[in-house]
Design a protein around this ligand. Structure first.
Ligand SMILES: Cc1ncc(C[n+]2csc(CCOP(=O)(O)OP(=O)(O)O)c2C)c(N)n1
Ligand code: SF4
Length: 326
């Protein structure tokens, strides 16, 4: 990517086509994590050192002695991405080397068990890039609920029965927790809004100090979706307000994509078997929550509310997934 280019004008065409995350890994077809990592590594390039904690990415990308990363790569424990990336960067500084350090952690490793190390690294303004690959559950160990799991979703620890019908709490707002640290740069990304994706990774690469990127990464078995619909689902997350694209520089946030009118949340839910059991009341509660939350955070940046309080009268009609009825 040319240095002279204005980052705000970069597009898909500006992404180098040399891979540093190679073919031959074992991700499921349609895995959002693999799509995100492949493209982030293309932009970060060869002078990069990668840290990955316990997560799906470790399992499908690096079975010792092989690795799909064509750059130096480390793995130790689950809870320490912020701390290990800090240590690698300190070692590079001591050796007088300029390599960039990136940590790729799952949502369990970020929202829950890794939050303390992440907060410490952000607070110290360590010169590292932290990427959260958010597939909204602990997928590697069998689809357990995390702080990132959305309201209503089935997981093996938020089961669907006569009394409990999926997760009863709403998704933890880790972005605003991170924004409160006022890092030099942070952003949310979608693999289906690719020009926005490229610009944010390139901006994160160009800035010194702590940077946090949060990518929504659909998971085929965990979301009970079809592998061919990963991009459609990622796109609908943004169009329904289930995922908001913004960036924040030192805590000051701005939307990078403003849907003119958001689609009903059911358009997103119906492509995923994890929501197939949701009752009318639960769908309406989720719709109300996301409109309220969106308005609280972004009302100053839009002229009219893009989120509508759609009231559904039917349960989620699931759209052709053979895994319907979890
Ligand atoms: C301290 C500790 N507790 C539990 C585990 C088991 N474990 C390994 S990976 C993993 C789930 C990772 O989930 P997430 O961070 O969301 O990444 P994903 O697998 O979804 O990509 C768990 C529970 C562990 N390795 N270490
Ligand atoms: S289980 Fe989900 S996150 Fe893991 S490789 Fe498969 S699609 Fe990707």
């Amino acid at each position: 990517m040319s240095e002279a280019k204005d980052i705000t004008k970069l597009t898909l065409r500006d992404v180098p086509n040399k891979d540093y995350f190679l073919w031959g890994h074992g991700a499921c077809p349609g895995c959002g994590v693999a799509i995100a990592v492949k493209n982030i590594m293309r932009i970060l390039g060869p002078d990069t050192i990668v840290y990955v904690p316990a997560s799906c990415l470790v399992v499908f990308a690096a079975q010792y002695p092989t690795s799909a990363f064509d750059v130096p790569y480390f793995f130790t424990a689950f809870e320490n991405t912020g701390a290990v990336a800090t240590g690698i960067k300190a070692a590079m500084r001591r050796k007088g080397k300029k390599a960039a350090v990136v940590g790729f952690a799952g949502d369990g490793g970020t929202f829950d068990i890794g939050l303390q190390a992440l907060s410490g690294a952000a607070d110290r303004n360590e010169d590292i890039l932290y990427v959260c690959l958010d597939n909204e559950a602990y997928m590697n160990t069998g689809i357990q609920m995390s702080g990132a799991t959305p309201f209503g979703a089935w997981t093996t620890t938020s089961p669907v029965g006569k009394v409990i019908k999926g997760k009863r709490r709403f998704k933890k707002d880790v972005d605003h927790i991170m924004a409160a640290h006022e890092p030099p740069y942070m952003a949310t990304l979608s693999i289906a809004h690719f020009n926005d994706f490229v610009r944010k990774v390139e901006r994160a690469k160009s800035i010194e100090g702590f940077r946090f990127l949060h990518v929504l990464t659909p998971c085929v078995p965990g979301w009970r979706s079809e592998s061919s619909r990963t991009m459609e689902i990622a796109k609908l997350a943004v169009e329904t307000g289930m995922w908001t694209l913004f960036e924040a520089v030192k805590g000051e946030s701005s939307l990078t994509y403003k849907p003119s009118t958001m689609l009903p949340v059911t358009d997103y839910l119906k492509l995923q078997g994890r929501f197939a059991h949701m009752t009318v009341d639960d769908v309406n509660a989720l719709q109300r929550w996301l409109c309220m939350k969106w308005w609280v955070h972004y009302k100053d940046q839009v002229e009219a509310p893009p989120c509508k309080l759609y009231e559904t009268e039917r349960p989620v009609a699931h759209d052709g997934d053979p895994l319907h009825g979890v």
